[in-house]
Design a protein around this ligand. Structure first.
Ligand SMILES: [Zn+2]
Length: 109
């Protein structure tokens, strides 16, 4: 049995669980987020039930048809409010800014 050079030096026990792979790079979506407009959604927003946009952290609410209707998924925030907050803060809520990421070049509308 041939081991890769890097593994060969270690006296690791057979059957050892390999280390977890490094964090995967973000996967660009193909459909626009209704809040920030970045193409972060893997499926159209009508099908993206409870999908949270990684850029603005808007939680997609398939049950809210309008922009000025409060969204339960977003603590009663409307889509219009979410957009305004994203422009100002970089996420829909101040406490979510730390989790949000910048859009990938291919996600920018
Ligand atoms: Zn978004």
């Amino acid at each position: 049995m041939i081991y890769p050079a890097t593994v060969n030096e270690q006296a690791s026990a057979p059957g050892q669980i390999p280390p977890a792979p490094a964090e995967q790079p973000p996967v660009p979506g193909r459909f626009p987020c209704p809040c920030c407009g970045c193409q972060t959604f893997p499926v159209p927003k009508e099908e993206a039930v409870a999908f949270i946009c990684p850029v603005c952290f808007w939680e997609n609410d398939v049950f809210v048809p309008g922009e000025d209707q409060p969204s339960d998924e977003n603590r009663g925030m409307t889509l219009a409010e979410g957009r305004a907050a994203y422009k100002k803060l970089g996420a829909v809520r101040e406490d979510l800014v730390q989790y949000a990421r910048k859009p990938l070049p291919e996600e920018i509308p």
